[in-house]
Design a protein around this ligand. Structure first.
Ligand SMILES: C[S@@+](CC[C@H](N)C(=O)[O-])C[C@H]1O[C@@H](n2cnc3c(N)ncnc32)[C@H](O)[C@@H]1O
Length: 274
C-alpha cells in the first residue's frame, strides 16, 4: 500500500516535470489540490487508471498535451461576471480615472485584464468605457490589454466572435450597440476591437507590466500558492499608476505586504486603490 502511494507520488512528480518542460507551465506555483483535480479530468477522459498510464498516453499521443493544457487552465468566464462589481466600476472607478486625466493633455487610459481567458472581461470593460465617455470618447486613447497563457483562448479573444449562450449576460442595449449578429454568432464591433489587444503573457514568469490605471485580475490567483499570490499582488501594485485601481475576484483575498500598500476602496467588491 505504502509502496503504491510512493510510486504514485513519484509518477505524479514525473508528470509535473513533463508538464513543466513540454508545456512551459509553472506547475510548482499552483496549489497541488487544484492541480490534481485538473489532471484527473484528463485521466478520466483518457480512461487512465494511474498517473503512469497517463504518462504513457502523453508519450504516444501528440494531441494529448494541448488537451491537458486546456484542462489545467480553467477558462470559465462571463461577460460582466459578478455584475455588482461592474456597477461600481461603471459608476465610480472609471469616472474617477477619467477625472484624474482631466488636467493632462495626453488623455491615455491603460487597463489590464490579467488572465483574460476568451476576452470577455476586456470587452465588457471596453463597452463600459465607450458608454461612459460617450461623445468625449474621441478625446481619449484607451488601451485595454488582455493577457493569458492559454493560446486557444487568446485566439478566440482576438476574433471577438461569441455564441448566443456566451453573450447571455450582455444587456440588450449593449448587445445591439456593440455586436453585429451574423447567423448565430455575435461579432464584437471594430470600435471595441481597436481599443483592445490580446497577448500571451505568463504572470508568473513573464516580464513585468507597468503603467496601468486599472488592473483586473479576477478568478486567477485563487489557483496559486500563497507565496505566489503575495508576489503577484505586489507586482500589480507596482504595475499601477498612482490613484490606480486593482480589482480581484469576489472569492479572492488580498494578502501579504500589498494588503498594507493598497487602500481598500470597496472591500465587498474586492476593489483596491493605490
Ligand atoms: C477562470 S479564468 C478567469 C477569466 C476572467 N478573469 C474572469 O474572471 O472571468 C482564469 C484564466 O487565468 C489564466 N491563467 C492561469 N494561469 C495563468 C498565468 N500563470 N498567467 C496568465 N494567465 C493565467 C487561465 O488560462 C484562464 O484563462
Amino acid at each position: 500500500m505504502l509502496k503504491n502511494a510512493a510510486s504514485e507520488d513519484k509518477d505524479y512528480n514525473l508528470l509535473k516535470s513533463q508538464i513543466k518542460t513540454k508545456l512551459n507551465f509553472n506547475c510548482e506555483y499552483y496549489k497541488d489540490s487544484h492541480f490534481k483535480r485538473r489532471i484527473d479530468v484528463r485521466l478520466r477522459a483518457t480512461r487512465s487508471k494511474s498517473y503512469k498510464e497517463y504518462l504513457d498516453i502523453l508519450k504516444n499521443d501528440r494531441d494529448e498535451y494541448p488537451m491537458l493544457l486546456e484542462a489545467l487552465t480553467v477558462n470559465v468566464t462571463n461577460f460582466f461576471r459578478n455584475g455588482e462589481v461592474y456597477d461600481v466600476v461603471g459608476k465610480e472607478v472609471i469616472p474617477s480615472v477619467i477625472k484624474s486625466k482631466d488636467s493632462s493633455r495626453m488623455k491615455n487610459i491603460k487597463i489590464w485584464s490579467a488572465g483574460c481567458s476568451i476576452g470577455v472581461e476586456a470587452y465588457s470593460i471596453a463597452m463600459l468605457m465607450q458608454h461612459l465617455l460617450g461623445r468625449n470618447f474621441k478625446n481619449y486613447t484607451i488601451n485595454i490589454t488582455g493577457t493569458d497563457i492559454d493560446k486557444a483562448s487568446l485566439l478566440k479573444a482576438e476574433k471577438g466572435v461569441y455564441t448566443a449562450a456566451e453573450v447571455k449576460d450582455v444587456k440588450p442595449a449593449f448587445l445591439k450597440k456593440y455586436f453585429v449578429k451574423e447567423g448565430n454568432e455575435y461579432h464584437v464591433i471594430d470600435e471595441l476591437k481597436k481599443m483592445t489587444r490580446f497577448k500571451s503573457h505568463d504572470m508568473i514568469s513573464g516580464p513585468k507590466m507597468k503603467g496601468f490605471d486599472i488592473i483586473f485580475c479576477r478568478n486567477v490567483t485563487i489557483y496559486f500558492e500563497k507565496d505566489l499570490q503575495e508576489m503577484l499582488y505586489n507586482a500589480f501594485y507596482d504595475g499601477l499608476n498612482n490613484d490606480g485601481f486593482f480589482i480581484m475576484g469576489k472569492t479572492e483575498t488580498l494578502i501579504g505586504p500589498a494588503k498594507d500598500l493598497f487602500a481598500p476602496y470597496n472591500a465587498k467588491e474586492r476593489i483596491y486603490s493605490k
